[in-house]
Design a protein around this ligand. Structure first.
Ligand code: PLP
Length: 406
């Protein structure tokens, strides 16, 4: 197979891993990287300018999530927000109720490693983590959450937090967060959602979701990397994870990155303009890509939720029989497509993705061949035509080279 010729565009279809900074976000950030460089904790004019910009960015970001400015705490991104809420909820519970009863967190088997590996730390803290199964499309059954809460009551364990993601990063499945949050609240248990893949891609409103805490990350919606936030509903406070100068109302110390906060707000505003119209357009192109790849390539199945209303519009995900997913990604790269197998963070590991196995794909002749194509908002018909040519060709080639027995 020849590599893509120099005239053919290289198609970046790995937007769930990260997105390029939008020119509008860069323009908004530039003054705070140059002349308005002040530390927002200071008193003089340059510091006050920075503090004003920081608070304006916080308010604008919060408003787009249906939240109040004082409910949004800036962090270094999704991983920090997820770790903070998990550890913070356990410590909050112990502060409020003492340490005599066992403490538990309930989460799902398809969470990002920021949550699943974050739960390892909880176990080191003497807390317990229960991981709920999902169905074949990656959804948590509300009955299984009720069952886990019943089990906790029966076993005399207190549940400090339920944490279930809003949209999955590998297959795009959207969980029924309003229903899951209501079940938690009926037992008086706080609810967190990792909305890192959802914010800027589908409408996200903290009141409609009914959550007490929500994680977001700017680089997933054309904002800067290394910046995100944790939303904590008014009245739901957790202890800090990072101690120091007392920034972020004492809950997250460290001099704030004003330029990045401003970039996050600008990028989210841009992402939320005609969000639903753009989601419809990208979703239709994604559907054409999926159906053409399936038509043209034997031994390939779609993964995740089949109902397009219950999956992210930008993610097309497949599983390919007798194919090594990493080899497929290398071949796609040479053919002019940036794609991913499993999640970005598990790249380099030969283990099948935990998301795919949780969805019931336990046959090794299938579950090593996962492919995720995540589209940008400005993806064109021509890009889809090129993907529809390149992807089937590379899958066939990867199958020939993978050397699995058929
Ligand atoms: N949660 C989900 C669902 C993600 O997809 C990611 C990143 O891929 C993260 C958390 C981690 O976010 P960050 O890269 O901002 O640390």
């Amino acid at each position: 197979m020849s590599d893509a010729s120099s005239q053919d565009p290289y198609i970046y279809a790995d937007n769930a891993a990260t997105t390029p900074l939008s020119p509008r976000a860069l323009e908004a950030m530039t003054p705070y990287l140059t002349e308005s460089f002040g530390n927002p904790g200071g008193i003089h004019r340059i510091a006050r300018d920075a503090a004003c910009a920081l608070e304006d960015a916080r308010a604008r970001t919060a408003e787009l999530l249906g939240a109040h400015a004082h409910e949004l705490y800036l962090t270094s991104g999704g991983t920090e927000s997820d770790n903070w809420i998990l550890q913070g909820a356990v410590r909050r519970h112990r502060d409020l109720h003492g340490t005599s009863r066992p403490v538990r967190v309930i989460t799902s088997a398809v969470e990002h490693h920021a949550v699943l590996h974050g739960c390892r730390r909880l176990r080191e803290m003497g807390a317990d983590a229960v991981v709920l199964p999902v169905d074949g499309s990656g959804r948590v059954d509300p009955a299984s959450l009720s069952g886990a809460l019943d089990d906790a009551e029966r076993e005399g364990a207190d549940v400090a937090l339920v944490s279930i993601m809003l949209a999955n990063n590998e297959v795009g499945t959207i969980e029924d967060i309003p229903v899951l949050a209501r079940i938690s609240h009926e037992r008086g248990i706080p609810f967190h959602t990792d909305a890192v893949q959802a914010v800027g891609h589908i409408p996200v409103d903290v009141d409609e979701l009914g959550v007490d805490a929500l994680s977001l990350s700017a680089h997933k919606f054309h904002g800067p990397r290394g910046t995100g936030a944790l939303y904590l509903r008014d009245g739901f406070s957790i202890p800090p994870m990072v101690e120091g100068g007392g920034q972020e109302r004492g809950l997250r110390s460290g001099t704030q990155d004003v330029a990045s906060a401003v970039g996050m707000a600008a990028a989210l505003e841009e992402a939320c303009e005609d969000l639903e119209g753009r989601a419809r357009r990208v979703g239709a192109l994604r559907d054409r890509l999926v159906s053409t790849v399936l038509e043209r390539t034997p031994g390939v199945r779609p993964t995740g939720e089949p109902d397009p209303r219950r999956r992210l519009p930008s993610i097309a995900s497949f599983i390919c029989h007798d194919v090594d997913g990493e080899l497929l990604v290398v071949l796609l790269d040479r053919a002019g497509v940036a794609a991913a197998t499993g999640s970005a963070c598990s790249t380099g590991s030969t283990e099948p993705s935990h998301v795919i196995t949780a969805m019931g794909w336990d046959d090794p002749s299938w579950n090593r061949g996962t492919l995720r194509l995540s589209l940008a908002d400005d993806v064109t018909d021509h890009d889809i035509d090129l993907l529809c040519e390149r992807v089937p060709r590379c899958i066939e080639r990867a199958r020939l080279l993978s050397g699995f027995s058929r």
